[in-house]
Write a protein that binds this ligand. Structure first.
Ligand code: 13P
Length: 252
């Protein structure tokens, strides 16, 4: 494949200890070192980031977190700032994941977080996705509004510094099924058109899109080829080193 795939592992609230996180990362790292062409990012729970990074200096794996604060610094109990992530050596941050939106995160908050991430030279991986697909196409209007409002703080110049992860909520998690490559293609086309109306055609065409939602080694290659995406945001399958690496291998 021509493009350099980007595969981001979202570990969510797993594994349960730093020791287990290190074991998982060691296995991934050993296998991934042979794959030249892909960019591989791991987003562990924030508590484990420094411990993992320390062990994998110089490895091919980049690190990120699954969230940052919408505030720069100060009295915000329980929060981790963009600046802290950047100083810890993180390069990426997942923002606006549907599981965080379900906890009350709004487009407005996400938009503030994107701004802070960019100010620290982090690459935001911004999640977009409809909860349900209706037959009247209402979900298209939902997606259009969501992407426009979430990106309201992103300038034309900064569009190339962000990545959009299209994750239909109904396709995420145990027991769900990934979207068909054709449907991924159609939706990404629609999202690009929305970006084109806001930012211009060239900028929209150059924007990187990931797909997320029940990605596995059995469906990754087809979605990558026929879905018009640049890579994947992987949940469950990123917690199994063999499966995660097979997904990466299938994209190169
Ligand atoms: P699954 O791969 O477990 O469906 O999760 C997708 C996801 O939420 C990645 O951010």
């Amino acid at each position: 494949m021509n493009k350099k795939p980007l595969i981001v592992g979202n570990w969510k609230m797993n594994p349960s200890s730093l020791v287990d996180s290190k074991k998982l990362l060691r296995k991934i790292s050993q296998k991934v070192s042979k794959i030249k062409k892909a960019t591989v990012v791991v987003c562990p729970p924030s508590l484990f980031l420094l411990g993992l990074k320390g062990d994998y200096k110089g490895s091919k794996i980049s690190f990120g977190l699954q969230n940052i604060s919408s505030e720069k610094a100060g009295a915000y109990t329980g929060e981790v700032s963009a600046n802290m992530l950047s100083k810890a050596g993180g390069k990426f941050v997942i923002l606006g994941h549907s599981e965080r939106r379900a906890m009350g995160e709004t487009d407005d908050t996400i938009s503030k977080k994107i701004k802070l991430a960019l100010s620290e030279n982090l690459t935001p991986v911004i999640c977009i996705g409809e909860k349900v697909r209706d037959t009247q196409g209402e979900y298209l209007l939902f997606l259009k509004t969501q992407i426009s409002e979430t990106l309201s703080s992103v300038s034309k110049r900064d569009l190339s510094k962000i990545i959009i992860a299209y994750e239909p909520v109904w396709a995420i998690g145990e027991g769900s099924r990934a979207m068909t490559p054709r449907d991924v293609h159609e939706t990404v086309l629609f999202l690009r058109k929305t970006l084109s109306d806001i930012y211009g055609k060239k900028e929209a065409m150059e924007t990187k899109f990931l797909y997320g939602g029940s990605v596995d080694f059995s469906n990754a290659r087809a979605i990558m080829i026929d879905g018009d995406v640049d890579g994947f945001l992987v949940g469950r399958a990123s917690l199994d080193a063999d499966t995660f690496v097979r997904i990466i291998e299938s994209t190169v």
